[in-house]
Design a protein around this ligand. Sequence first.
Ligand code: PEP
Length: 249
Amino acid sequence: AGTGKFFVGGNWKCNGTKDSISKLVSDLNSAKLEPDVDVVVAPPFLYLDQVKSSLTDRIEISGQNSWVGKGGAFTGEISVEQLKDIGCKWVILGHSERRHVIGEDDQFIGKKAAYALNEGLGVIACIGEKLEEREAGKTFDICFQQLKAFADAVPSWENIVVAYEPVWAIGTGKVASPQQAQEVHVAVRDWLKKNVSAEVASKTRIIYGGSVNGGNSAELAKEEDIDGFLVGGASLKGPEFATIVNAVT
Ligand code: PEP
């Protein structure tokens, strides 16, 4: 971990029921979390209100996606205004499942980030290469291209956390090695330095996501440019998520 405040997000994806979420919230409420870590969870939209009203204020709430502009006649979408109304401080944008399963492209994601930031939400901006891209030696190209689409669109980097999530590591149990993650994190920081500013490069937190769990988080957290984690599967288990939050110490 670097000098910035460690940041751990839990992406619950499309999982849970009223009952299972109530149990998860109660586990999180009773967990001992290191004070010097930003902790955020992203429940499915349907349960945001339930979570917001039952979860300790120690943990902030995030949307898993948001509409690209002001809400209105957009069937099935959730607006930034609505996320703020329900108490969200963050939104995850550009997650690989939205890029590669739903088909969102770099520019659309950039526009979403700009809109959310302009309205005052923090953005967890996800980037990452697919397996075939890594094997073809294109990891940096892909990450920089996705990063550039954010950089071209956003008004400021103040409220952005970059999540490096190699697609081959998401939900597969194949975690990147600390060295593999660190290598990309350094490259991302360097890209920010050259293309945005030295200040943004040093202040922006770059978190890793992809099969992080209670057993591998401490090793990953030792890397200098890993400033936290975005956690999928393991964030559905309160005690394990707490272990990951506390991995930095
Ligand atoms: C994610 O979806 O952001 C993620 C990292 O998932 P998992 O931890 O399950 O690989």
